[in-house]
Write a protein of this length. Structure first.
Length: 248
């Protein structure tokens, strides 16, 4: 009787535990991971069975992993040529002809400031001067007589490239910047550090900081595959389109 009960319990547990049909490995930058793939993970796994193994690192590390066959999807928030160039700086040569790019989303970048600054708006020229260090106090742009502290992320590579290109016209950010790591760390640092200003994904804005009205700064989000997407990878991309209504 006991043996029969044990078998019945084991069978019921087998039927209850989801049987994953496979694993799809995804790696890349924080913007793409946090805005595209993490939001769909649980629902995708529940409906499709395949398990999404998601690693947040950087667009360059993700593309290198893809090139080495370690992941199925690499993802980043800037164009393939920029990421290939980044890999080359790390000593890894990747043939862009072997990589297929699919734009899966758009990331809106927001300039945020600590509320002590009292500044609500910056022109393109003022924004550029603030982040390159030519303007050093908020008083120079209509705020308090408070030193400006630029908070800059170490792990927001895609954002940094796009912001530098669009807002700073390719000029480097000030050398006296305050280092942070992820989008969340930038937002939390700006919230507590008087005089600070930073750039984050729109999803990271909170009531603890002030969003600055300035130029539009957009960043495309890409999924990269070695050759055309496999059937399973295409299912993931199509699922994101179904859930969020975006896929180019």
């Amino acid at each position: 009787m006991m043996k029969r009960t044990v078998i019945a319990v084991a069978l019921s547990m087998t039927l209850w535990v989801p049987a994953f049909a496979g694993e799809i490995k995804i790696e890349g930058g924080g913007t793409a991971i946090s805005t595209v793939f993490l939001p769909i993970k649980k629902r995708y796994e529940k409906l499709h069975g395949d398990y999404l193994t998601i690693v947040q690192s950087s667009a360059v590390k993700g593309l290198i992993a893809l090139n080495e066959g370690k992941v199925d999807i690499a993802t980043g928030a800037h164009p393939l040529e920029d990421i290939v160039a980044g890999a080359a700086k790390d000593g890894v040569v990747i043939d862009p002809a072997t990589i297929v790019s699919t734009q899966v989303g758009d990331n809106e970048l927001i300039v945020i400031a600590n509320r002590d600054s009292e500044v609500r708006q910056l022109s393109k020229e003022q924004l550029k001067a603030v982040f390159t260090g030519r303007i050093s106090t908020w008083k120079e742009v209509g705020g308090k007589n408070l030193p400006i502290v630029v908070v800059w992320g170490k792990e927001t590579e895609g954002q940094n490239v796009q912001f530098t290109r669009i807002a700073l016209d390719g000029e480097p950010v000030t050398a006296t910047r305050h280092p942070a790591t992820t989008y969340r760390d930038i937002a939390e640092t700006v919230a507590k550090l008087p005089g600070s200003v930073g750039v984050v994904s729109h999803e990271m804005t909170t009531a603890a900081t002030r969003s600055i009205d300035t130029i539009a700064i957009g960043s495309p989000i890409y999924a990269f595959t070695k050759g055309a997407p496999s059937a399973k990878v295409q299912t993931v991309l199509d699922f994101y389109k179904t859930e969020y209504g975006f896929l180019k």
